[in-house]
Design a protein around this ligand. Structure first.
Ligand SMILES: [Zn+2]
Length: 111
């Protein structure tokens, strides 16, 4: 079998949706970095890197709502709540500077 030169696109097909091809260059879609596609080992090496594992874990969590809800820490919950509240106040046309309550003000401090 002749050794057909590999193209970025053929690597994408080989390694699946984690990778994308653009202008005949091969990128890891998860880490948004360019990978040398001519060598299979450099792709496989990249798949084993801690950064790639961390990033794919992050994406997996993003895709699974239940999972991300479990992983939300208290600070994120507070932020999400403050954001929702802010939107509610804004749509109800309640000026935030009218809020004299300390605990309500604290909610918006870090957002
Ligand atoms: Zn990667």
């Amino acid at each position: 079998m002749p050794n057909k030169p590999k193209t970025a696109l053929s690597r994408v097909k080989e390694y699946g949706k984690d990778f994308v091809e653009k202008n005949n260059e091969h990128f890891c879609a998860i880490c948004s970095i360019k990978i040398n596609f001519s060598r299979k080992s450099s792709i496989e090496q990249h798949l084993k890197t801690a950064i790639h594992k961390k990033n794919s874990e992050k994406i997996k969590n993003k895709n699974s709502l239940n999972q991300s809800l479990i992983n939300l820490d208290a600070e994120q919950v507070k932020e999400a709540f403050a954001r929702d509240l802010l939107e509610a106040f804004t749509s109800a046309k309640i000026p935030l500077n009218k809020l004299e309550n300390e605990s309500v003000k604290n909610l918006f401090k870090n957002t």
